[in-house]
Design a protein around this ligand. Structure first.
Ligand code: SF4
Length: 76
């Protein structure tokens, strides 16, 4: 497990939904069509959230960061 902070810049998000397709446990597209980060229970927590993830989920998040065409996601 590792602790990560995921940030989405809503001004850049273009609703491509690559992130929620790759990591559906982590990313959710809200009613405005913008990606949000979910907590471990699948509840949306807004555009920035810190959570504990498995190594496998961390890899999926990295994949989502790289696949976002708008470069709207960052993870630290
Ligand atoms: S992949 Fe990027 S642009 Fe597409 S919904 Fe996710 S954050 Fe937004």
């Amino acid at each position: 497990m590792q602790k990560v902070t995921i940030r989405i810049d809503p001004s850049l998000c273009i609703t491509a939904a690559n992130c929620s397709g790759i990591a559906p446990k982590i990313f959710h597209i809200n009613e405005e069509g913008l990606a949000e980060v979910m907590d471990g229970a699948g509840i949306p927590q807004g555009y920035e959230h810190t959570l504990e993830v498995s190594d496998a989920d961390a890899e999926l998040i990295e994949e989502a960061v790289e696949s976002c065409p708008a470069r709207a996601i960052s993870m630290v």
